[in-house]
Design a protein around this ligand. Structure first.
Ligand code: TYD
Ligand code: MG
Length: 461
């Protein structure tokens, strides 16, 4: 018999190397290599020779539309792209305590009314899960529970019971007999996920894997986990508010960046089906540094308040900090502001926050961020009732954003009376209840916003 060879796997990218190094040769991360025993050769060979699929002509393959299974929660279905797809593997990541187990238990109880389901818990005892189910006030009588962390036992149970939905809470607690490394190590996580994916593809159950998130906000364990599965969802939200967002960052069966919105209550997660005004701070008097924008995260427009705070820098290296927005984008916007509007923040610390823990990934918020910055710098509030959006280019131009009309309509519905937007997004016909002003240069936008905030605040009708 040959001796098991030792391999080193990177916890960040999953890359392999044959000797230990301080830096991963694949992704250049430091101190991420972990020792793990190589998989015995025979195992892979047996898999490869298992059976050979026939070649087919694509024209002869009957295209089928998938029959989706509803999770029983419309907001959850929305991020999934319309429900669970049989044989699909979903990875749900999020900070501890954010509500992953709660959400899935709610979904399991709903699905169990129609289909067989299996909840595998490696983190909590059966009693703990039952206590939570009781608290949630859901019908959990038909939810099959398995407190087990050994992959082979789980496989056996799935084969016997043939559930339509399997939830693994969490993938980091599982271990496979085939490997010697400890549960949670890269090779174990990878192997267990690969085996469970294989089960989903061959036997057809939906498999949901719960994954922990590291301090950096990425899923613990190798990145390859994200490549293996069909759908990657992140559970987001900040500790101070009870709103929770589920975001699709990868989805083979639906749109990405779709958002599902929930509120955590005493009895579990409640769906928020009309979240458009959720991310406003509800202050009545305008304050410097606050600007409201409409983002399109997924298919729904959301009004979001952007706050900026500028303060004289204490050192030669002023700080640029943003919560909910990309830090590099902020640096870029400040440079554009300097070059194209002659407004310098070089001696200021700049802090930006998107209210209520939402994360904005689209550049349509650029103009609102910039005007919030100028508003804080000048200690002058933007006029009340204004909504602002637009993408900013390096040449100081303001570019149109997608689905501008939809954003405007939403703003009008929420009672905003004035919109400052890219010229390219100007509506052909005037919209009822909202005065729209188009701008195409950064300097022009700044002039409009602050001219209005002193003299012509009530100019719009
Ligand atoms: P949980 O689902 O255990 O989080 P995760 O699986 O992501 O670690 O959620 C736990 C948190 O949610 C905990 O802080 C308590 C809170 N909670 C409620 O506020 N209401 C409820 O009905 C439940 C079940 C939990
Ligand atoms: Mg949990």
């Amino acid at each position: 018999m040959t001796r098991a060879k030792t391999l080193y796997l990177c916890t960040s990218c999953g890359g392999q190397s044959t000797k230990w190094q301080g830096q991963c040769p694949h992704c250049q991360s430091w101190n991420t290599l972990q020792e793990s025993a190589a998989t015995p050769k025979g195992a892979t060979r047996a898999l490869a020779l298992n059976d050979v699929q026939p070649v087919q002509l694509l024209g002869e393959v009957a295209a089928t539309t998938v029959q989706r299974t509803s999770s029983g929660l419309l907001e959850f279905d929305r991020v999934l792209g319309g429900g669970f797809v049989p044989g699909g593997v979903v990875l749900l990541g999020g900070d501890p305590g954010i509500g992953k187990s709660t959400l899935l238990l709610q979904a399991l109880s709903k699905v169990s009314q129609l289909h067989a389901v299996l909840y595998v818990t490696g983190e909590e005892s059966a009693q703990q899960v039952a206590a939570r189910a009781q608290r949630l006030n859901v019908d959990y009588a038909q939810v099959a529970l398995l407190a087990e962390i050994r992959l082979q036992s789980i496989q056996q149970v799935i084969e016997q019971r043939r559930p339509a939905l399997v939830v693994i809470d969490s993938i980091q607690t599982l271990y496979s007999d085939d490997l010697e490394s400890a549960p949670g190590s890269v090779s174990q996580v990878r192997e267990c996920a690969a085996q469970l994916t294989r089960i989903a593809k061959t036997q057809g159950p939906v498999v949901v894997l719960v994954g922990h998130v590291t301090k950096e906000g990425t899923l613990a364990g190798p990145r390859v986990l994200e490549h293996m599965v069909d759908t990657v969802l992140y559970f987001e939200g900040d500790g101070s508010s009870n709103f929770r967002l589920v975001r699709a960052v990868k989805n083979r069966y639906g749109a990405v960046n779709e958002l599902g919105v929930f509120a955590m209550t005493e009895s579990g997660l409640r769906e928020v089906s009309n979240p458009s005004a959720l991310f406003l701070s509800h202050g009545n008097t305008p304050v410097p540094g606050s600007c409201i924008t409409v983002t399109l995260e997924g298919s729904r427009p959301l009004a979001v308040e952007i706050q900026a705070l500028l303060d004289a820098a204490q050192s030669g290296h002023p700080r640029r900090l943003s919560v909910g927005l990309d830090q590099n984008r902020l640096a870029l916007l400040l440079a554009v502001l300097h070059r194209h509007a002659d407004i310098s923040c070089a001696d200021q610390d700049v802090f930006i926050n998107a209210v209520s823990g939402i994360r904005i990934a689209e550049p349509a918020a650029d103009l609102a961020v910039l005007l919030a910055v100028v508003s804080s710098l000048r200690a002058r509030p933007l006029p009340q009732g204004w909504i602002i959006f637009g993408e900013i280019g390096l040449a100081g131009e303001i570019r149109p954003v997608q689905r501008g009309q939809e954003r405007l309509r939403e703003a009008a519905k929420l009672g905003f009376t004035h919109a400052l937007i890219p010229k390219g997004n100007l509506p052909r016909q005037p919209l009822e209840g909202i005065t729209v002003q188009g701008v195409d240069r950064v300097a022009q936008a700044v002039a409009h916003a602050f001219e209005a905030s002193t003299g012509r605040t009530n100019a719009q009708g």
